[in-house]
Every structure is written in C-alpha cells, then in structure tokens.
Design a protein around this ligand. Structure first.
Ligand code: C5P
Length: 210
C-alpha cells in the first residue's frame, strides 16, 4: 500500500505521516528532507541557486547522513529548499529516488508537496493536509523558538506566505491537492483528531480495494 501525503508547511502532514507509518508498519520518507539537504549542501559548497545543472549534481550525490536534523529544520534550510525545489533539474534528480522508495514490496508512506500528483499518481491513498496560515505560523514558531531561533509571529506569517506562493506558483510540480485526495483541515484539530481522520481515509481505501 502506498500512502501519499501532501500539504503545506506546519499543517501536521509530517506527524500524520509518521503515525500512519508506525500504525501500518510501512517505511516512511519525508521528501522535504531531500530538498532541504540539497539547499543546505548547495550553500555549504558555495553553489549558486541560479546554477541548475550543478544543483542537480548536488541533489544526485546527496548523502542524508551528512546532515543533522537540527541543520535541516532551520528556517534558512526551509527557504533554501523551496528555492532549489523550483528548479526542474533538481526535481528530476530526486524523482527516481522517491519512486524507488515508494515502490518497495511492502509499500510506503511518503510526505511532501507533489507525492499524489507527480511522484506516486497511482497511490492507494492520497491525503491533502492544510491549516490556516495563522495556525501554521504559531505551530512553527513554537518549534523554532524551542530551538533558539527568534522570529515574530508576523515575520513567520510572511515567511510562510512567501514559501506557499513559491511552492504553488512554480512551473514544475507545483504544490496542489490531487483531484482524488482526501482533504484534512487541521486548523481546529488536535494532532490525535487529525491522525484519526487520516486513518479513516486509509481504512476506507483498504475497504474499497478488498
Ligand atoms: O516539507 P518541508 O517544509 O520540509 O519542505 C521544504 C521545501 O521542499 C518545501 O517548501 C518545498 O519547496 C520543497 N518540497 C517539494 N516537494 C516535495 C517536498 C518538499 O517541492 N515533495
């Protein structure tokens, strides 16, 4: 079974993905880490964000073990990720890696922005997870402040809007809900309630396919 989870930053999609992966015993790939690592590696290596071919080489030769979770979760890494993610050569370099992960015999859970639309258009279950920009900014701010980053709520809202706009308007694989995705709005949901809704959608798909 392939479960494709897409949605906006800090919508709760990552937590839903981890919980479903544990519940159904499926391996999980957080595809945002690939783009974050590509952005961070490009910065370390001094590669310009205009140099598409070299950025694609950076993406192809990634070793995720080279990066700590702390390094990849900073606001700067997220901004860099969204810039390199707009480059078609980078997306192409990372596509096969994601498809190979999805197509392992056991199945898999993948979360990102284009899993249901581009990476796994034939996924058994597709979820689109979103929440208001204010709710997402508050969640993200809590996460970053606990790690020592200091930003105001209005700066965080502005950053999220900028990221959302870049992700939605890029030409290649823009962030959009697949037509057959189940929508989960987490603005007023606890994480447990959101996970319950996600599990209901998976159970419905299992019942349909059996
Ligand atoms: O989900 P996360 O915030 O880690 O993703 C970082 C950035 O990577 C996103 O803003 C988006 O630009 C890019 N991304 C993408 N496609 C994916 C996953 C992430 O374009 N499947």
């Amino acid at each position: 079974m392939i479960i494709a989870i897409d949605g906006t930053l800090a919508s709760g999609k990552g937590t839903i993905a981890k919980r479903l992966s544990a519940w159904y015993g499926l391996p999980h790939m957080d595809t945002g880490r690939l783009y974050r690592a590509t952005g961070v590696a490009a910065k370390h290596q001094g590669v310009s964000f205009e140099d598409a071919d070299t950025l694609a080489d950076v993406a192809r030769s990634l070793d995720l073990n080279d990066y700590t979770e702390e390094e990849l979760r900073t606001a700067g890494a997220g901004q860099a990720a969204s810039k390199v993610a707009a480059i078609p050569q980078v997306r192409a370099a990372l596509l096969e890696l994601q498809r190979a992960f999805a197509n392992q015999a056991k199945g898999a859970v993948l979360d990102g922005r284009d899993i249901g639309t581009v990476v796994c258009p034939n996924a058994d279950v597709k979820l689109w997870v979103d929440a208001s920009v204010e709710a997402r900014a508050e969640r993200r701010l809590k996460e970053l402040t606990s790690k020592g980053d200091t930003l105001s709520l209005s700066e965080m809202i502005a950053q999220l809007k900028e990221r959302d706009t870049r992700d939605k308007t890029r030409k290649d694989a823009p962030m959009v809900a697949a037509a057959d995705a189940v929508l989960i709005d987490t603005t007023h949901l606890t994480i447990d309630a959101a996970v319950d809704k996600a599990r209901d959608a998976v159970e419905a798909a299992i019942a349909r396919n059996s």
